[in-house]
Design a protein around this ligand. Sequence first.
Ligand code: AMP
Length: 287
Amino acid sequence: MRIVLLGPPGSGKGTQSQRLVERVGIPQISTGDLLRAAVSKGTELGRRAKEAMDSGRLVDDSLVLGMIRERLGEPDTRKGFILDGFPRNLAQAHALDHLLEALKQPLDAVVQLEVDYGELVRRISGRRTCADCGRVFNLLTSPPSGANLRCPVTGEPHRLVQRPDDNEATVSERLRVYDEKTRPLIDFYRARGLLRVIDAEGDLDAVTRRLAQVLGVPALRAVAKPKRPARRKAKRAAAPRKRPAARKKPASRAKATRQRASARKGGARRPKVARKKSAKRSRTRRG
Ligand code: AMP
């Protein structure tokens, strides 16, 4: 499955991608995450991207495309991928088309996540990322809990940090850039018959279910439940194996003939002792 998640900042692309990754087992490719990693490593790419990112503008197409080309060339993308935050404008969408055509891996679907403007701002203000495992949480809508309470990398509670570009001034610029540059992709993909639209507001599990439905992924319906088949399998493996039922020995030919004859006379063969007794009795009667 090769899909693009399309939506403004705060629409839940990252969160829903991570949920798909866990359930479908294909990698999430987030250009934002790749760029942030480059910035924190201090690479040349990161250095060139940083200024645009800090001010909420798009990073140069040539930088992003080089990064995507490299990532889509890695072997784990052969079984599919979820593109999160890419493409961001028409030039990137055309470039992606050409790249996937060359790789003979066309897109299966583009899902647009629809969220009201006010809700986007509210969500972005609550968004936090674990500095160690990179998992995205929201203090208002999806704080760490249950199985996700501790970081899988450190084993400690998540170290939650706020992205530097999640501040009020940058957010409004990012939303403006989305409207101007990214929104036109909705028509672009609709014209290609790839667009699916879902309501991305409300309960997180409900949004995941809607996403699964438009992608035609039946295994995602019971998203909140643990994978039961795996548990049953483990239980089966732990339990001692039942011996197969012992097969009845086939009756010998002579025995089978005697049984048939007895059945013809109207009953099963009596035990030997009982037969002797009854023969004695009949002799007495006769005598
Ligand atoms: P995101 O994490 O997707 O919200 O991206 C954070 C920032 O990274 C954006 O505001 C842009 O500055 C930059 N960025 C991410 N993806 C792209 C892209 N496909 N094209 C250009 N800039 C991008």
